[in-house]
Design a protein around this ligand. Structure first.
Ligand code: SF4
Ligand code: SF4
Length: 438
C-alpha cells in the first residue's frame, strides 16, 4: 500500500489548525518538505512538546513524506527559544537530509508564506500554495501522525496546550472527542469565575464559553481568560458595532498596513485601504475589498497595530467573504518583493503578550502524562477541511479501539474518523458520533 493510501486510511489532517487532509498533500511532487514547528500563538506550546518528546517519530514522518513526494530536502522550522525541542530535533536529524532552521521569536512565524520564505528563500506567488514553489508544508504533529499511519495506526488523539487563567497550565495528549471541560479540569480548573476560551489561541482562535465542545484533530490548545478581559471583550463585540466604529474612527494612519506581515513580505495587502470599504460601501467597496485578498487573518492589525483599537482584520475577513461570494479572482500584481524594513518591523512575541495583557500567563505549560480518560466522548463528523464524514456505525453498535467510524463521502475532500477506544455507539447525530467507553 502506498503512503498516500495509508495516510488516507488513518485520517491524518493538518494538526496545526488548518485541517487539510494530508493524503492529498502527499500525492503531489515537490523537492522540499517543511515541518512547521514555528508555533507562534502566544502561550501555546504543544508543537514544542511534540518536537521534544517525539522528534524521532516526527523525523520518520518527514522522511516518509520526502520519499512520497520525491523531495531531496527536508527542513524543520523551529523557534530558537525552544531549546529542549531544538536539541531533540537536531539530535534526531543528524546525518540525514533533514536540516533544522532556527526562527526568531516573532509573530506570525507559522504562516506558510512566511515560513517557506524564511526556510527556502522562495516566495509563493500571490494566491498560491507552497507547492507552487516546490514545497510541501505540514505541522510537526502531522508528521508524527504520518509515521504512525505507516504502521497502520490511525489518528485518535490530539496534543494541546491549556493555558491562561488556569491553576496548572499544561500540555496534554487526549482522545479525540474529549470535552474542553475535561481538559480544563486536567489543568486544575479556571482561576476566574466566568471563563471564556480562545480555542486555537488569542490571535487566530475562535472565542467560546461552551465547555462541552470537543477536542478535534485541529485543536492546538486554548487560552482561558475572564469574560471581562479586554481582548475577550473586543473579540465578543458584534460585527455591526465593529463596523460602525471602524467607519467613523479610522483615521487612515496606515499602522495596520505598515506592520502587516503579508504586506512586509511583499504582497498587496493593505488593511487601511480595506477599512475604506466600511465607509464607501455604496461607491467602492468592491475596489477596497481587493486589498484583503492576500490577508492570512493573523490578527496583528486588530490586536497589535491599530492605535484606535479598530478591527481591520475583521474588515479583511468580511471583504474576503464578499469577494468569494462574488467569485472575484485575484487580478492584482503577480510579482512579490519583500519590504526593505521587513526585518526591523517584526512583532516580538513578548511585545505582543504585553499588548494582549497576557504576559502574566507566560508559563512553560510542559507536557504532562496526565491521564484524561473520558467515559463519554462526542466525535465531531467534521474535523478537516472539506466535507464532513459519513458515519459508518449505528447506535447500539460496539466499536474497537482504532476502528473506522466515519468515511470520506464519495469524490469529496475529507478525512476518515476512528474510535479512540473500545466503546458502544450511544448516538449518531447529524454532526457527531457519541461513544460510551466499554
Ligand atoms: S491602524 Fe487603525 S486607525 Fe490606522 S488605518 Fe488602520 S484601522 Fe485605521
Ligand atoms: S490580519 Fe491584518 S495584519 Fe494579518 S495579514 Fe491580514 S491584514 Fe495583515
Amino acid at each position: 500500500m502506498t503512503l498516500v493510501e495509508q495516510v488516507r486510511l488513518a485520517g491524518v489532517v493538518g494538526a496545526g489548525g488548518g485541517g487539510f487532509p494530508t493524503h492529498v498533500k502527499l500525492a503531489a511532487k515537490a523537492d522540499t518538505v517543511i515541518a512547521n514547528g514555528a508555533e507562534c500563538e502566544p502561550l501555546l506550546h504543544k508543537d514544542a512538546a511534540v518536537m521534544e518528546r517525539q522528534a524521532v517519530e516526527m523525523l520518520q514522518g518527514i522522511q516518509l513524506a520526502m520519499a512520497a513526494v520525491g523531495a531531496s530536502t527536508g527542513i524543520v522550522g523551529i523557534k530558537a527559544k525552544n531549546k529542549h525541542a531544538v536539541a531533540a530535533v537536531q539530535a534526531a536529524c543528524q546525518g540525514t537530509a533533514v536540516r533544522v532552521h532556527l526562527l526568531g521569536d516573532y509573530y506570525p512565524a507559522g504562516d506558510e508564506y512566511d515560513l517557506v520564505h524564511e526556510t527556502t528563500g522562495r516566495l509563493i506567488p500571490p494566491g498560491g500554495i507552497p507547492l507552487n514553489v516546490g514545497a510541501v508544508v505540514c505541522n510537526v504533529e502531522t508528521f508524527v501522525n504520518i509515521a504512525a499511519a505507516a504502521t497502520g495506526r490511525p489518528v485518535t488523539t490530539k496534543t494541546l496546550t491549556v493555558a491562561g487563567a488556569v491553576r496548572e497550565p499544561r500540555t496534554l495528549t487526549v482522545p479525540l472527542g474529549t470535552s474542553l471541560r475535561e481538559c480544563l479540569a486536567a489543568a486544575g480548573g479556571a482561576t476566574v469565575d466566568d471563563p471564556v476560551l480562545a480555542i486555537g489561541g488569542m490571535m487566530m482562535g475562535e472565542t467560546t464559553d461552551d465547555l462541552d465542545r470537543a477536542v478535534t484533530k485541529t485543536t492546538g490548545g486554548f487560552i482561558v481568560l475572564a469574560r471581562d478581559h479586554h481582548v475577550i471583550e473586543r473579540k465578543l463585540k458584534p460585527a455591526k458595532a465593529r463596523n460602525a466604529i471602524g467607519k467613523s474612527a479610522c483615521d487612515q494612519c496606515r499602522y495596520c498596513t505598515e506592520l502587516c506581515p503579508r504586506y512586509l513580505l511583499g504582497y498587496a495587502v493593505e488593511p487601511h485601504q480595506v477599512m475604506r470599504s466600511l465607509a464607501f460601501t455604496a461607491t467602492g467597496a468592491a475596489h477596497w475589498n481587493e486589498w484583503a485578498a492576500m490577508c492570512c487573518a493573523c490578527g496583528l492589525c486588530t490586536l497589535f497595530a491599530c492605535p484606535e483599537e479598530l478591527y481591520p482584520k475583521e474588515a479583511c475577513d468580511q471583504s474576503k467573504a464578499e469577494m468569494k461570494q462574488a467569485s472575484v479572482k485575484w487580478s492584482g500584481p503577480t510579482t512579490v518583493k519583500p519590504h526593505p524594513m521587513r526585518e526591523g518591523r517584526r512583532t516580538p512575541i513578548k511585545s505582543l503578550m504585553k499588548k494582549l495583557n497576557i504576559a502574566q500567563y507566560d508559563h512553560p505549560a510542559h507536557w504532562e502524562p496526565t491521564v484524561v480518560a473520558p467515559q463519554r466522548i462526542a466525535l465531531p463528523l467534521k474535523q478537516s477541511a472539506g466535507a464532513s464524514c459519513q458515519p459508518l456505525v449505528r447506535a447500539g453498535e460496539a466499536v474497537a479501539a482504532g476502528q473506522a467510524v466515519g468515511a470520506i463521502p464519495d469524490k469529496a475532500l475529507g478525512a476518515m474518523l476512528h474510535a479512540p477506544f473500545a466503546a458502544t455507539v450511544a448516538e449518531v447525530t447529524a454532526t457527531h458520533i457519541i461513544l460510551n467507553r466499554s
